[in-house]
Ligand binder design. Structure first.
Ligand SMILES: [Zn+2]
Ligand SMILES: [Zn+2]
Length: 109
């Protein structure tokens, strides 16, 4: 079920596109080009994200590992991401970032 972006009425498929059923509305499912242009702007990408490498990705919000020990401060909880850095038949590398001091390291499985 799809509803019109313009008036909220139910839409029906007609000639390969979704068309609004309301008599006084000509809404279709075709994307508003102005809106699409906004979404493709580079505003959401900050400078820091551009220069980050895979090892320095943003760890905030990532899962945490508690079976680790930070080499810097000895803290036992760190964010981690898993990256397949080599060929697919080799195990992935885990990248850690200490939740206490922010120290980063990697672990080879
Ligand atoms: Zn409509
Ligand atoms: Zn630490």
């Amino acid at each position: 079920m799809q509803f019109c972006d313009h008036c909220g009425s139910m839409m029906v498929s007609r000639d390969g596109e979704m068309v609004c059923t309301a008599d006084d509305c000509d809404g279709t499912s075709e994307k508003d080009t102005d809106l699409a242009a906004q979404f493709t702007s580079t505003e959401s990408q900050t400078d820091s994200e551009v220069i980050e490498t895979s090892e320095e990705a943003n760890f905030e919000g990532k899962p945490t590992a508690t079976d680790v020990t930070c080499d810097e401060c000895g803290h036992g909880v760190a964010w981690y991401t898993i990256k397949q850095t080599a060929s697919a038949d080799e195990p992935p590398t885990r990248f850690f970032k200490c939740k206490e001091c922010g120290y980063r390291w990697r672990e080879y499985n």
